[in-house]
Design a binder for this molecule. Sequence first.
Ligand SMILES: Nc1ncnc2c1ncn2[C@@H]1O[C@H](COP(=O)(O)OP(=O)(O)OP(=O)(O)O)[C@@H](O)[C@H]1O
Length: 242
Amino acid sequence: MVNYSSPAVHISGLRVRRGSNVVIDGLDLELPRGGVTGLLGPSGSGKTTLMRAIVGVQIIDAGTVRVLGEEAGSAGLRHRVGYVTQLSSVYDDLTVRQNLRYFARVLGAPAADVERVIDETDLAGQADALAGSLSGGQLSRASLAAALLGSPELLVLDEPTVGLDPVLRVDLWGLFRRLSEAGVTLLVSSHVMDEATRCDRLLLMRDGAVLADDSPTGLMAATGTTDAESAFLALIRHGARS
Ligand SMILES: Nc1ncnc2c1ncn2[C@@H]1O[C@H](COP(=O)(O)OP(=O)(O)OP(=O)(O)O)[C@@H](O)[C@H]1O
């Protein structure tokens, strides 16, 4: 039975080393269920590392990462967590539909999910096209479609809008909002600060630490700014002074 009283993610004392670098050192974080949380921060600040820890593909040095009430990466979470990395996860030499049928079988997701996710990601027109022939925006949506198989409760999306034109970015954020309204919890990373206002909540990361965890309006009010970029800069300056 799904336990909706547990947070989507609960992290305590997380420490991660990648190569010889300690990337995250003693991070505590709680992500409630529901809504769209934006994970923002400059390149190299640790967003991907944090997401990898949440989906359970990152070896951690210390701490605990609990996801939907279970240990991150546990078998019970296979259907419950969807993850889209920055690299396309589909096979170029298969069509969109063939890719999705394949992933549905691997995941043990219902066969009917294939048409559902094609519909949700607006890929009906490209369903029989080879993935290798898709545009960047279509390819992003195909990877997202694969992550939606099995109806995950938590979707972790690593820079899903990178390289997309403004129209496609708006379309994708519309899809994230629809998924959120259907009850999915989304964690979406970006280093495009203007995407921040589309989120319900923002986590601002720098050097492996969360500098702020607030709503966009709360963050701007707290920093006396009017946009996320200025808020972020104000927080960095504040951090540098204290
Ligand atoms: N495989 C690796 N080996 C060693 N160091 C790594 C490895 N992967 C990442 N790092 C380092 O870990 C730190 C955090 O990287 P991470 O990819 O989590 O940042 P990010 O915020 O997601 O960056 P971006 O926005 O560019 O994707 C960086 O300093 C990076 O150089």
